[in-house]
Design a protein around this ligand. Structure first.
Ligand code: ADP
Ligand code: ZN
Length: 520
């Protein structure tokens, strides 16, 4: 039997070998290519490095007409352009950085382009629409398609201009591509771009060679220096601010004797380019960077990715940690977090427009869930992306060394009531003193030694206060005020009223002791 689809697929395999030099499709590429060749609109959700570009590049050389690729970053477009041309694909870009507009337009009109890369804002320009009518189109490929959704972590209003443009070409199929889409974002992208319900191709997100660990931060420099010792090879350290990046680069270099260079948007373009090039070429360099670093960088042998502070979302965490171990060899993804990270992130919610705030809060809650879970990290991650993974993976901190979980309901009620009785304006340090009955001058001056909560926590519980405070802040039950004090939030009142229990992970003993003991 030789249905047209089968013939198409046979031709596709030939092109895969002849044009790209690949022996076989990877993951679910074949399904996507098959749909595209059959003219069916599709959303392909595949992790970074899975080979999304191939799913439109291959059809573009097989189908008559030009494939229009919408991509958000000029630098990425030019990378793609180079690699497409290297494979002999007739490709061009139309961006503000190009000087050869006329030639490109002529080539398009003459039907001599397989691929045309454009930025989303181009879509609203009448001149561009007119141009598109002048020659046959094969496909609209929308890269980084999560940008069309306000649920996504990277909403770009320009992406909303794509639908009206594509609607003018109803017979041209659409292929939306993204590496990062939770269920809600995915549904939204499909609705926004009018992709039918059966048009989703969701590839596996698991990165089995990455070992996930998430632990409280006590000294980022020492903790990362330890990580660098246990995991030689290139690594990326992500921090939140430029200042922190610079500081980490300097201190890590000093304490490990390794090359550690900074990368952030505040550095001169030449420095950034030089540091990036040095990193890509190096076999043991570490780069300290803001999340500006990493997009479009192809370095397969990154051995660890460390986060100092929390990423913006689970999607961001997955994308950033996904830069480790692309070669399939063992790699580490380690996050060092503190209560302040969540406090700051939750404070920022106030600045977000009201229509986006719920989505942002849900993202933060999901992230806090991952950070705090006593369960397999990989299982939590993969479930977030809609997969049904096994309960344990054997390659994350919680699987390797299962944490103890304790019922902290009583202690949480003591802590929250101390917050309440001291007027919701004191930090963890002060609250600890009050609760453990360590009256210093400030405690006495405020009269907090006369409160009913004074000195009601002792023994092992006293040591649990700090991690409990951190856990409650991560969950939003304690909220940092502008002046650095803590106030009640989230479910704090239910906890106080006895309507809700609090479970928490017993944090591991400090790493430093263990290491000394081990070395001794
Ligand atoms: P993504 O856009 O999903 O992050 P890319 O399209 O950049 O990934 O592809 C990642 C790498 O995988 C590229 O180096 C590409 O050449 C390679 N690749 C893609 N498809 C295949 C395949 N079928 N066989 C082998 N390598 C492939
Ligand atoms: Zn696990």
């Amino acid at each position: 039997m030789s249905s047209p689809e089968k013939l198409d697929l046979a031709r596709a395999r030939t092109a895969l070998r002849d044009v790209f030099g690949f022996g076989d499709f990877r993951g679910r590429q074949e399904e996507v290519v098959e749909r595209v060749l059959g003219g069916q609109s599709t959303l392909a959700v595949m992790p970074t490095g899975a080979g999304k570009s191939l799913t439109y590049q291959l059809p573009s050389v097989m189908l008559g007409g030009t494939c229009i690729v919408i991509s958000p970053l000029i630098a990425l477009m030019h990378d793609q352009l180079r690699s497409a041309r290297a494979n002999g694909i007739r490709a061009a870009t139309l961006t503000s950085a190009d000087a050869d507009w006329r030639e490109t337009q002529d080539a398009f009109r003459a039907g001599e382009l397989d691929l045309l890369y454009v930025a989303p804002e181009r879509a609203s320009q009448p001149g561009f629409r007119d141009m598109l009518r002048a020659a046959p189109l094969a496909l609209f490929a929308v890269d980084e398609a999560h940008c069309v959704s306000e649920w996504g972590h990277d909403f770009r209003p320009d992406y909303r201009l794509l639908r009206p443009l594509m609607d003018e070409f109803p017979s041209v199929p659409r292929l939306a591509l993204t590496a990062t889409a939770d269920k809600q974002t995915r549904a939204d992208v499909m609705a926004q771009l009018a992709i039918p319900d059966d048009g989703l191709v969701l590839a596996g997100f698991d990165r089995p060679n990455i070992r996930y660990s998430i632990r409280p931060r006590d000294s980022a420099v020492r903790q990362i220096a330890d990580l660098m010792k246990s995991q030689p090879g290139p690594g990326i350290v992500y921090a939140q601010t430029r200042r922190k990046v610079e500081e980490l680069a300097e201190k890590l270099a000093a304490s490990t004797g390794r090359t550690v260079l900074p990368y952030h948007a505040g550095l001169p373009a030449e420095t950034r380019a030089a540091n990036q090039a040095a990193f890509v070429a190096s076999e043991d360099m570490v780069i300290a960077a803001t999340i500006a670093f990493g997009m479009g960088i192809d370095k397969p042998d990154v051995r660890f990715v460390a986060h100092v502070g929390v990423p913006k979302s689970i999607e961001g965490y997955y994308q950033e940690t996904g830069r480790a171990g692309r070669d399939g060899d063992p790699a580490q993804a380690t996050m060092f977090w503190g209560a302040g990270d969540f406090a700051t992130a939750r404070q920022r919610l106030a600045e977000v427009s009201e229509d986006r705030r719920n989505a942002e809060r849900a993202r933060l809650d999901a992230l806090a869930g991952l950070v705090e879970t006593p369960q397999c990290r990989r299982a939590v991650l993969l479930r977030h992306f809609g997969e049904q993974p096994p309960e344990t993976c054997g390659n994350c901190d919680n699987c390797i060394d299962p944490p103890a979980v304790t019922d902290a309901t009583q202690l949480a009620r003591k802590l929250l009531s101390a917050v309440y009785r001291t007027g919701q304006s004191f930090g963890m340090g002060h609250l600890q003193k009050v609760l453990t009955g360590a009256a210093d001058e400030r405690v006495r001056q405020k009269g907090h030694d006369r409160l009913s909560v004074f000195g009601i926590v002792e023994g092992e519980d006293a040591r649990m206060l700090q991690p409990l405070g951190r856990a409650l802040q991560a969950r939003g039950d304690l909220v940092a005020t502008e002046h650095g004090g803590l106030s009640l939030g989230g479910s704090a009142r239910e906890i106080l009223k006895g309507e809700r229990d609090v479970e928490m992970v017993v944090p591991p003993k400090r790493v430093r002791r263990g290491r000394r003991d081990a070395e001794a």
